[in-house]
Design a protein around this ligand. Structure first.
Ligand code: SF4
Length: 1426
């Protein structure tokens, strides 16, 4: 199948832009995309991983498997079977960076089905437009993390395309976002600014392709009376008097303002032509958009809007268009105009007649199950069977008959299979049919083959004859009974009860036509039963409640699920109308009211899921979730459901997350407070949006202070209130911090979206509300002058919007700045008194002390030695999370609560709690494990985690994606491997790390033994770990007897890290640790002792100059025997002197700088009772790993594998996880993890060498042909699991290395090692502050760039640029690396060179880290200077 230019162009862009490309093959096999992609996939320089899916395969599931890719593309030629099967997955896929490229041929019917679930839809008429839109769609999906539908015409082979250079596509994707005015724009998911988002991506695309890209293109008369919108393959360039044309390219989002801009005051008529030949609903999508825009717009006079079908435009002439305009204006104009020959005319005419109210749904059924739809009570049968033919009893009888007949058919097929005279061909067809008899499409196809073969061979056996007689039943039919809500009044008499209780595989569709606004006027003496609840109570019935005018895709999902369910299904369908002439817009309005109010909730109940251990109930209407409390109180579906199945209430409520639960508690507390509060002042509501907890703290403190002044106060997140509730409040204070580039924090995003939407529509629902806003930000976070508007943007925006909504500002906007002397408190102190004054309580004397805020110190001491309420939390099945205080405690047990941030917004939009899971970190001193232990770890990742695991910078295993239900069994499995997770995180001594140096086997063994001793000695002694996770129960009350001789009840002020380095390799970055032991050997090569360094640490907070990285200071020398005690005493001095009031200033590095090194050392020596000897000479050469084979002093062999960023997983062409499992099965030595996140297959005896080498080669684990840069690179996890990540790290660094290594190669530096590191936030888990070049995440796609670290970890680097994006990184590094190649001294490392060459000043100590940041001389950053 040869590809048209449009397909070729789209395939090329999809391939070059994406990581993963899924192409759907055609029903006949090959697809035009496959041909276009072939040259790419055949080349060795493979970019995207391409999968060709057979026709009918589940493409949605395939895409979801790769959801973590940076850009996914799907290509297909439109076909209902292909696109309908995607629908089930679209809600999940819509928040992934996916582009659906769907080729159509003069008919958009199938492709437009996808529009309802996707935020952006583009349409291309020409091959050139398809090329440009493919770029635009990729950019949108990539930068916004959303799915985009790109529909384009297959076109013809005569078209030509100007293609952009392939090398420019990736930089284009990564380029910073531009607003329509050209400045860098914040990412947004706000629907009201979706058009701006489109425009931003369009501007970026235009600057690449140098061709205009517009949502609409208007041409023709300048003062038209008629405007013709076209969505289809037509561009009418005619000069017809008074007629202008609008060619639509952006199908969604389509804000009314965009539509209205095309209509000048002269317009009296609008014709909307859409190339849609098969559409199941009365009104087509563009027509509805245009009508609704015109209705909403304030036009002097509203033009008439008419809908039309656009046929084959190639045959349309100017006079055809003129005739259309005339026909439209005539009195006899048809309800639907048409222009050009339409292929669907005949098909539509032959559709069977069904009552009008059923059409919307029955058409969908015909569309979904073509050729196998069996409407058991079809009105067509009335003529032959009488009125009874439409009743459920009749239909049930038919169904029973058919099902029995099919059983006979199956028996006949089985009998014929046993007939020895049957030919091999027929035998094969019979077996295939038997295997596929329940599969709709396959059973039909094979059934047709079977009939043809039986007839061809003229078999006369009774079994063959029976099959031919029953041939109608060869396809697995989709059996439906269709009825109205009239059946709901008496379930028994109507026969509905028998159908529901039949256990037969039948589907019942019940249409409810009662309009919402007249629901209370129906006959009160006839009570309608809730068929959905009635059916659900049977337990084995699939039930869905749908409304086609609210969510078309949910209807499709429900109908498909009902069809698949192997038992009775009931689908309730809402279609409110009074008479045949009720306009579609009225039905739309009534549906919206019913769904939004909760009168008609959308839901699906699938007992099949329950059997798989999944939640059977899904609520599909958001408004219902937000209003659940009110909804449950009413006599409707869910309240009854909850009464009949009480345990469901907890699950439903649990799925709402913390906010709603809190809101409820607050309401109860408020009622109580109201009773107690006698003061005659208006109640104060404090709403906050906060990511890091700072704004939350300020809001809660404000509310407490309000209470102390006698006010009735409540405090909640912004997302937990609706605008309706807010409108009832009198005095409201908003406190917000800012995320990324001026965005709202997560728990205020839904609120601000609603506020923006209302403001855009000019609504003023808050006229009785008085408000004040306090914003918290950092004026230096985005230091460039052009980015100054990001400072406190969320607070400023909110302040302005609330005014637009009619609210009155009672205190001016307050702004807190991290850069002020007292941080945000400086601004806050000026603002808060104004609030009390405005409320008339400024003179109230506050006698009570403010309750102290709960800190980690309180949590620790109240935890009964790290128990808290973890056990209770694990037993609570209503939520996937643990209580916030317990999440602090589980860290001490090596467990971090996280959630999948890739789908956070999506889940929030659905009203369900975040997708919580846990990270588990193993304690494994020195990173040494046995093959048997490796195998168990491998199994744990598969059985309990996300199927992968990470080797961390602290030489241990880290599992992600472990859900709460699996936590305990995962820990028990780790224990089975004789390992544990105790103290792998938390305010205690963490995993002790040791240099790996395989060549120095003896020294390593001694250092490793020492590390184990230190680790064991500094381990917390609480029995809580064994009690909670390993069920080693203590006698009641024993917890009180727990003692922590080293730590005490408060444990340490912050984390504590110990490393042991064996010169000349500083692979553990010994100076980045709180305590560093540097092995010193004596003349005989024996371990004599250690030089001890203290006070290293990496974590920093952006913009907070009280925080800085520091490298350890040398204290002196100790013997091996003294080492454990030295580590203990250093820890005790820190325990007693560390800052417990401010966690950001609590690490040992700050304690030493505060005390002074001498005083600190003296305190340690006092506890030791002796002085440390002077430090002995040593020298480090590097801090990276030696890859490949090395033979140790003991003759054993060691192979260091390159595991990029420590992620052990199977990828296409790199089955590392499987490979390592296979090695572990035969390996007799050990595995050693390195602190650079790589792995050593260690202690391989000579006789084992051939086997290990073969396995390494088989799984490509021996591939070390990487650049020096890649081998020296390292990244932390960051997105999607790390809750602190501000930017990508592990998923992005390899791609950045791809580009930077090209620069190195061009300059002859392919094999030169440059230590480059990246972290997603300034916490610095991958030790970025001692790398030669490093990137620390600030916001998605934006990093701080640091330069000048020492090659072997001996010197801190320094901030060179405060904000850089990828193009800037490449622009900075390109000349720098070139100069390094030309001007470096012999053996000079990059970090030293950039200092000598004058790019950056050296950092002499941690406290001086900020001095001279921003570059030197001509390389100084202008933003820093300013
Ligand atoms: S450096 Fe920050 S983003 Fe990266 S893993 Fe550590 S805490 Fe998470």
């Amino acid at each position: 199948m040869s590809a048209s230019p449009s397909v070729a162009a789209v395939s090329r862009i999809a391939y070059l832009a994406s990581d993963i490309l899924v192409n759907a093959l055609s029903a006949s096999g090959p697809s035009p995309f496959q041909a276009s992609l072939h040259p790419f996939t055949a080349s060795s320089d493979t970019k995207a991983a391409v999968t060709h899916l057979p026709f009918g395969a589940d493409a949605g599931a395939a895409l979801l498997r790769h959801r973590s890719a940076r850009l996914l593309s799907y290509t297909a030629v439109a076909h209902p079977q292909l696109l309908n099967s995607l629908l089930l997955h679209l809600p999940e896929l819509s928040s992934t960076p996916t582009v659906f490229h769907v080729a159509v041929s003069n008919d958009l019917s199938d492709a437009l089905v996808l529009t309802s679930s996707l935020p952006f839809v583009l349409y291309s008429r020409t091959a050139q437009q398809a090329h440009d839109h493919a770029l635009l769609a990729s950019r949108l999906a990539f930068t916004e993390f959303i799915a985009v539908l790109h529909i384009f015409e297959l076109g013809d082979h005569a078209e030509s395309v100007h293609e952009v250079d392939g090398d420019r596509i990736q930089p284009f994707l990564f380029a910073p976002k531009l607003s329509p005015r050209g400045s860098v724009q914040k990412p947004t998911s706000d629907p009201s600014s979706a058009l701006q988002t489109y425009q931003s991506a369009a501007i970026a695309t235009v600057s690449l392709v140098r061709r205009p890209l517009r949502p609409f293109t208007q041409h023709g008369a300048s003062e038209p009376h008629t405007v013709i919108f076209t969505l289809g393959r037509a561009t009418f360039k005619y000069d017809i008097d008074g007629v202008s044309f609008v060619d639509v390219a952006l199908v969604k989002p389509l804000p009314s303002s965009t539509v209205l801009n095309t209509l000048s005051p002269s317009v009296t008529r609008v014709i909307v032509l859409e190339q849609i030949h098969r559409w199941t609903m009365k009104w087509t999508p563009l027509y509805l958009e245009v009508v609704s825009a015109i209705q909403q717009g304030e036009l002097p006079s509203r033009p008439v809007v008419q809908s039309g079908v656009l046929g084959d435009a190639s045959t349309v002439t100017e006079s055809d268009v003129a005739a259309l305009v005339q026909e439209a204006a005539s009195d006899s104009a048809p309800a639907r105009l048409s222009l050009g020959a339409s292929p669907s005319t005949q098909a539509t005419a032959s559709a069977p007649h069904v009552p009008k109210h059923e059409v919307a749904y029955t058409k969908i059924l015909h569309n979904l199950f073509p050729d196998r739809l069996d409407i058991l009570n079809s009105p067509e049968q009335v003529a032959s069977q009488g009125q009874a033919a439409t009743t459920p009893e009749f239909a049930l009888g038919v169904a029973r008959g058919e099902i029995e007949a099919r059983e006979e058919l199956i028996a006949a097929v089985q009998e014929l299979l046993r007939d020895p005279t049957v030919s091999i061909d027929i035998h094969s067809i019979l077996s295939r049919w038997l295997g596929a008899r329940d599969d709709g499409a396959k059973s039909k196809r094979i059934g047709e083959e079977l009939v043809a073969a039986l007839e061809g061979e003229k078999l006369t056996s009774p079994a063959a004859q029976k099959i031919l007689i029953l041939r109608r039943l060869l396809p697995a039919l989709s059996r439906w009974i269709i009825g109205s809500d009239a059946w709901s009044y008496d379930l028994g008499a109507s026969g509905l009860h028998h159908a529901v209780a039949s256990k037969l595989n039948i589907n019942i569709l019940i249409l409810d036509t009662t309009p919402y606004s007249t629901r209370n006027t129906v006959d009160p003496h006839r009570r309608k039963q809730d068929v959905g609840l009635y059916a659900m109570n049977h337990g084995d019935v699939y039930v869905a409640s749908t409304a086609v005018y609210s969510s078309y895709s949910q209807v499709l999902q429900a109908l498909m699920e009902a069809d698949r369910y192997p038992g009775p299904s009931v689908v309730l369908a809402y279609l409110p109308y009074v008479s045949e002439s009720t306009p579609a817009l009225e039905i739309l309005k009534e549906t919206k009211l019913a769904v939004d109010s909760g009168y008609w909730p959308l839901y699906r109940w699938n007992p099949a899921k329950e059997r798989e251990g999944k939640e059977p109930f899904s609520l599909d209407s958001d408004a219902v979730k937000n209003e659940l409390q009110t909804f449950l109180d009413r006599q409707n579906h869910l309240s009854q459901l909850v009464r009949s199945k009480p345990e469901l209430a907890a699950e439903l409520v649990g799925s709402l997350g913390e906010n709603l639960k809190q809101a409820r508690k607050q309401r109860a507390a408020q009622a109580y407070d109201d009773l107690l509060t006698a003061i005659d002042a208006p109640p104060l509501t404090v709403l906050y949006a906060s990511d890091g907890g700072k704004a939350e703290k300020v809001a809660k403190r404000l509310a407490t202070r309000g209470k102390l002044r006698g006010l009735s106060t409540s405090v909640a997140t912004m997302d937990s209130v609706t605008i309706e509730d807010l409108a009832k409040e009198e005095m409201v204070v908003f406190v917000t911090s800012v995320a990324g580039q001026g965005e709202f924090p997560q728990n205020g995003r839904t609120f601000i979206k609603t506020v923006n939407g209302l403001a855009a529509r000019g609504e003023r629902p808050l006229t009785s509300v008085k408000y004040s806003v306090f914003g918290m930000g950092d004026s230096h976070y985005w230091p460039r002058p052009e980015d100054a508007h990001y400072y406190n943007k969320s607070g400023k925006d909110l302040d302005a919007r609330l005014e637009q909504l009619g609210a009155t500002r009672f205190v001016p906007l307050g702004l807190g700045d991290d850069q002020d002397a007292d941080g945000p408190e400086t601004g806050y102190k000026a603002w808060e008194p104004l609030v009390w004054k405005a409320l008339g309580v400024d003179a109230v004397e506050v006698k009570e002390a403010e309750p102290e805020p709960i800190t980690n110190e309180h949590i620790k001491v109240a935890s009964q030695y790290l128990r808290g309420t973890i056990v209770e939390g694990l037993a609570d099945t209503s939520t996937g999370a643990l209580a916030p205080s317990d999440t602090q405690l589980t860290k001490f047990h090596g467990i971090y609560q996280q959630d999948d941030r890739d789908i956070r917004d999506e889940r929030q939009a659905q009203g369900v709690e975040p997708a919580y899971s846990f990270m588990i970190r193993v304690r494994m001193p020195g990173g040494v494990c046995l093959p048997q232990q490796w195998l168990i770890m491998d199994q744990i990742a598969d059985e309990h985690g996300n199927g992968t695991f990470k080797i961390t910078t602290r030489q241990t295993f880290q599992f992600h994606g472990v859900i709460k239900r699996h936590l305990k069994s995962a820990i028990q499995d780790i224990n089975r491997a004789l390992l544990d997770t105790l103290a792998a995180c938390g305010d205690v001594n963490r995993n002790v790390i040791v240099s790996t140096v395989p060549s120095l086997s003896k020294l390593h063994a001694q250092a490793y033994e020492f590390a184990k001793r230190v680790s064991e000695h500094l381990l917390p002694r609480t029995t809580a770990y064994h009690e909670i996770w390993l069920d080693k129960k203590l006698v009641a009350g024993d917890a009180l007897k727990d003692v922590e001789p080293l730590y005490g009840q408060f444990y340490l002020p912050r984390k504590f890290k110990v490393a042991v380095a064996i010169p000349p390799n500083n692979d553990v970055d010994v100076f980045a640790n709180d305590v560093g032991f540097i092995a010193i050997v004596d003349e005989k090569g024996e371990l004599a002792g250690f030089n001890v360094a203290a006070g290293g640490g990496m974590g920093v907070t952006h913009g907070n100059k009280k925080t800085y990285p520091r490298i350890g200071s040398m204290l002196g020398f100790c013997t091996v025997e003294q080492g454990v005690e030295v580590a203990e005493k250093i820890m005790i001095v820190q325990r007693d002197n560390g800052n417990r009031a401010d966690r950001k200033n609590a690490r040992l590095k700050y304690t030493i700088d505060r005390m002074g090194l001498d005083v600190f050392k003296a305190a340690v020596e006092k506890l030791l009772g002796y002085q440390l000897a002077p430090a002995r000479p040593f020298s480090f050469e590097k801090n990276i790993d030696d890859f490949g084979w090395i033979t140790g002093q003991d003759g054993r062999h060691h192979f260091t594998c390159f595991i990029e960023n420590g992620r052990v997983q199977d990828e296409p062409e790199r089955d590392f996880k499987t490979g390592l499992r296979e090695i572990a099965k035969v390996h007799k030595g050990t595995f050693r993890m390195t602190a650079n996140q790589h792995l050593i297959i260690s202690d391989v005896p000579t006789e084992e060498l051939p086997t290990i080498k073969r396995l390494l080669a088989q799984y490509k684990l021996d591939n070390l042909a990487h650049s020096g840069l890649r081998l020296s690179s390292s990244a932390c996890v960051a997105f999607p699991t790390c809750g602190l990540a501000m930017a990508e790290s592990e998923r992005y660094l390899p791609l950045l290395v791809d580009k930077v290594e090209k620069i190195c190669e061009e300059n002859g530096l392919r094999n030169d090692s440059i230590v480059m590191r990246m972290t997603g936030c300034p916490n610095g888990c991958a030790r970025p502050y001692i790398a030669e070049v490093a990137f620390v995440g600030k916001a998605p796609g934006t990093y701080s760039m640091l330069l000048g670290g020492g090659y072997h970890g001996q010197r801190l680097n320094k901030i060179y640029r405060e904000t850089v994006t990828e193009p800037e990184i490449l622009a900075i590094l390109s000349p720098m690396i070139k100069r390094y190649a030309l001007e470096r001294h012999q053996g000079e490392h990059f970090g030293d060179f950039v200092i000598r060459a004058g790019y950056i000043a050296p950092t002499t100590e941690g406290k001086a880290w900020y001095d001279r940041m921003g570059g030197e001389g001509q390389y100084r950053d202008i933003a820093v200077t300013a």
